[in-house]
Ligand binder design. Structure first.
Ligand SMILES: NC(=O)c1ccc[n+]([C@@H]2O[C@H](COP(=O)([O-])OP(=O)(O)OC[C@H]3O[C@@H](n4cnc5c(N)ncnc54)[C@H](O)[C@@H]3O)[C@@H](O)[C@H]2O)c1
Ligand SMILES: [Zn+2]
Length: 356
């Protein structure tokens, strides 16, 4: 098991990456939270695949769990579901000596973290991420929140967990498509920070597409360490944390244009990263080998590498309403070489120049 520390000015916590061994989680709960109620928030699918292993490990230490289920899917990451969870917590007579365990993907983690931030002005919570996206990204950094009819992730807070336990065995029940979409974020870490990740993906792609635990452990450890370093330097996303948006400006645009239905987030980010690399090449920031290698890796992972064919003016429209916009320009993440990116302020039409 590897332990990665996240050290912030007012709070610190550890990310534990395990491989089918949940005794570190049980030990942690027993030693730090034995006088707390333990309530798991999850959905029916994750309950079926992942909760039995958690219950067994905790049971061995004499720890009891209560469960709250939420419906599965991004469409339920909203205030209505939050209210439902508040109600269940009141029914269970949860008080401030309650620890929430968020078992699931980014939806459970984001929504559960938002409940934790707000219920009785704040309950402690542990992230137990069960998707690649959640293990390498959403469980780390304390960005919690829900969607609003005006847009995704518009209501939220920064509220850090007390610990994160990522068990890579959980990833084995993920659909191939969810696994691959999550790997797009892993590719992103390779491009923005650590090129060794790209070599590893190229070398072990077959194992990785089968979620072989030994390979996933290495990837989750590397990615978690990068995310935690970025968050440590810039907790509230005022500077460095923006590099995590590599591929996301166009990625978010694609998702919006598809009404969040056809492509998964990671698939849209994959196409967005290729676009960002192409733009970087055209502007003379990087060599074309960078674009070619990135495209090849994403193809190996069976991810999209070209933008879906929406009219340029529709892309423009989504970008004009981007919430990360600063004035007339967007901080677009460009690539210099593998492991080195930088932000550059560009207007939406400068960004979209690559589209015919
Ligand atoms: N807070 C952040 O910093 C941050 C970062 C990235 C993404 N996000 C958010 O994360 C969400 C996306 O997360 P996601 O991709 O994990 O989606 P998700 O939570 O919807 O999970 C995807 C699907 O996989 C299922 N699933 C989860 N674990 C499983 C397992 N082990 N076996 C089988 N099925 C399993 C889920 O039930 C769901 O149907 C979005 O809402 C996004 O906004 C947040
Ligand atoms: Zn993302």
């Amino acid at each position: 098991m590897k332990k990665i520390e996240v050290i912030l000015p007012h709070h610190r916590y550890a990310i534990h990456v395990t491989q089918g061994d949940l005794s570190p989680l049980a030990d942690y709960l027993k030693s730090h939270w034995s006088d707390y109620r333990l309530i798991v928030l999850t959905n029916a699918r994750v309950k079926r695949h992942c909760l039995p292993s958690v219950s067994r490990a905790l049971g061995r230490k004499g720890l009891k769990l209560e469960t709250i289920l939420i419906p599965d899917g991004e469409v339920y990451k909203n205030q209505k579901t939050v209210n439902l969870v508040y109600q269940k917590l009141f029914q269970l007579k949860a008080d401030r000596k309650t620890l929430l365990l968020l078992l699931g993907g980014g939806v459970v983690g984001d929504l559960g973290g938002f409940v934790a931030a707000t219920f009785l002005r704040g309950l402690p919570y542990v992230q137990l991420p069960t998707t690649v996206v959640a293990q390498v990204d959403s469980s780390i950094g304390g960005k919690v929140g829900i969607d609003h009819e005006k847009g995704k992730n518009l209501i939220g807070a920064f509220y850090q967990p007390v610990a994160v336990f990522s068990d890579v065995h959980w990833l084995q029940s993920l659909s191939g498509r969810q696994l691959r979409a999550g790997l797009a974020e892993v590719v992103k870490y390779g491009v923005i920070w650590e090129p060794a990740i790209l070599e590893y993906l190229e070398c072990y792609v077959k194992d990785i597409l089968q979620a072989r635990p030994v390979r996933m452990q290495w990837l989750v450890e590397q990615s978690s360490a990068i995310k935690s370093q970025v968050v440590q330097i810039d907790e509230k996303e005022s500077g460095l944390r923006m590099i995590l948006n590599f591929g996301h400006t166009l990625g978010h645009g694609i998702e919006k244009l598809m009404d969040y239905k056809r492509w998964l987030h990671g698939e849209a980010v994959a196409a967005g990263m290729v676009y960002a690399a192409r733009l970087s090449c055209r502007r003379g920031y990087c060599r074309k080998e960078i674009l070619e290698r990135l495209t090849k890796i994403l193809e190996l992972l069976q991810l999209p590498t070209t933008l879906p064919a929406f009219a340029k003016k529709r892309y423009l429209h989504t970008m004009v309403f981007d919430k990360k916009r600063r004035g007339k320009r967007l901080n677009f993440v460009c690539v210099r070489r593998m492991g080195h990116v930088f932000t550059h302020p560009l207007t939406p039409s400068e960004i979209l120049r690559e589209i015919q």
